[in-house]
Design a binder for this molecule. Structure first.
Ligand code: PLP
Length: 431
């Protein structure tokens, strides 16, 4: 049968082509060979990747050289259900085989069902709405534009509030608007001028917040726990104070739950017990269980109508496959009682970490955990961890972050606690 001559057979020939043939074609390469190819073909913004990963299952991943790792970072708080989750995989592939993409000139049942589901899970008041994106930074871009509309006349020429408040240590993403909200000078400086009006105030300081808020402020952006800053939770009472001050001044309170949302802290939203209703929440990371999707949720009628037809958009955002992936992820989290697991395994890890020699502080909630070391060896701990078969992350010179799949078992967590003293020693010896 000649596939080239008979068009109808071309498809079946394609179906038999394994992915491996597409990516390699000349047999399997070693990790070192892949990294050489990487450095000549990929932009250097990420530095040299730590490993070339080829396969995952649950909380485990394997590299190109066949080495196994316990994934305690979960793609940076993304792989909520671990790798290659059978249910999520099957929902994604059946949606893709049914209807993959349609543009936002059209809608689809999965898009609508996911919006309804997110509003229900977050106890959003009547009139609340959802805008879907492909990432966290895009969700925050949408929120930034929402903030620019606060107080403005319909054509935007009058009444605009010009100021936006964010916190020192904040990370909200890397695109220009989200970068303007992000505090880190090294990320910002090379790209100035950034969209104007953003003011960064001291972290967790209620008096500073109250002093900064007036009628020119469009919005306050807050992460309930600053992940990139080393897993730093807002002090108790801060959110309530922020809600009161923003309400009084007519400013929006926008919560960036891109990292903390979707079960990461053992709750759907990290802020669900804070006793406040925000004006908007952004989500992404864990939402699609590894499939790229983000969302801006606007709470209540008034906030939800700030962006009108034509004022924002996206080609890919909220497409049928991404929204099916998120629906599957949320369903699995609910039906497998994953939130209970997050609370139990998170407590177990934090208690265990606090007892390890050389660990000076443990922070975080659920399975978003940061711990400090008694020396500036965190990058060396990441390296020693990999050599010992554990993936962890160092957001600071003496801080380690864990954001494993929410399905991490106590036994798996225990293997890391048992290995950590030797990993710390190796890291210190390497200094
Ligand atoms: C990761 C993150 C972002 C950016 O998300 P991307 O998907 O990388 O664009 C924004 N805010 C917070 C709090 C994050 O952790």
């Amino acid at each position: 049968m000649n596939a080239v001559k008979t068009g109808s057979h071309a498809a079946s020939t394609l179906e038999k082509t394994p992915v491996g043939d597409l990516v390699d074609g000349k047999g399997h390469s070693s990790g070192a060979e892949w990294l050489t190819r990487y450095s000549t073909s990929l932009m250097g913004v990420f530095g040299t990747p730590q490993r070339v990963l080829v396969r995952g299952a649950g909380c485990l991943v394997w590299d190109a050289d066949g080495k196994e790792y316990l994934d305690l970072l979960g793609g940076i708080a993304v792989n909520a259900l671990g790798h290659a989750h059978p249910f999520v995989t099957s929902v994604i592939s059946s949606q893709l085989a049914t209807l993959g993409h349609v543009s936002n000139f059209f809608t689809s049942p999965t898009q609508i069902a996911l919006a309804e589901k997110l509003l229900a899970l977050t106890h959003a008041p009547a009139g609340s709405k959802v805008f879907f994106t492909n990432s966290g930074t895009e969700a925050n871009e949408a929120a930034f534009k929402l903030a620019r509309r606060n107080g403005a006349s319909p054509d935007g020429t009058t009444g605009k509030r010009t100021k936006i408040i964010a916190l020192e240590g904040a990370f909200h993403g890397r695109t220009m608007g989200a970068l303007a909200l992000t505090a880190k000078e090294a990320y910002r400086a090379p790209f100035e001028p950034l969209p104007g009006g953003v003011v960064h105030i001291p972290f967790g300081d209620v008096a500073a917040l109250e002093a900064a808020i007036d009628e020119t402020v469009a919005a306050v952006f807050l992460e309930p726990i600053q992940g990139e800053a080393g897993v730093r939770p807002l002090p108790p009472g801060y959110l309530k104070a922020a809600r009161e001050a923003t309400t009084k001044a007519g400013a929006l309170l926008i919560l960036d739950e891109v990292q903390t949302g979707i079960g990461r802290t053992g709750k759907w939203l990290a802020t669900e017990d804070a006793g406040i209703v925000p004006d908007a929440v952004t989500l992404a990371k864990g939402l699609g269980g590894g499939f790229p999707i983000g969302a801006l949720l606007t709470f209540g009628e008034r906030t939800s109508s700030l962006l009108s037809a034509g004022q924002h958009g996206t080609t890919f955002g909220g497409n049928p496959v991404a929204t099916a992936a998120a629906l599957a992820t949320l369903h699995a989290i609910e039906s497998q009682r994953v939130l209970e697991n997050v609370a139990v395994v998170g407590d177990y890890l934090r208690t265990g970490l606090a007892a390890v020699d050389g660990v000076t502080e443990v922070r975080g909630e659920g399975l978003l955990i940061g711990f400090d070391l008694d020396a500036d060896v965190a990058p060396a701990v990441v390296t020693a961890g990999l050599d010992a078969g554990f993936i962890v992350n160092s957001p600071g010179p003496r801080t380690i972050r864990l954001a494993p799949p929410l399905v991490l078992t106590k036994d798996q967590a225990g293997t890391f606690l048992a290995a950590l003293p030797a990993i710390l020693q190796t890291a210190k010896d390497a200094q």
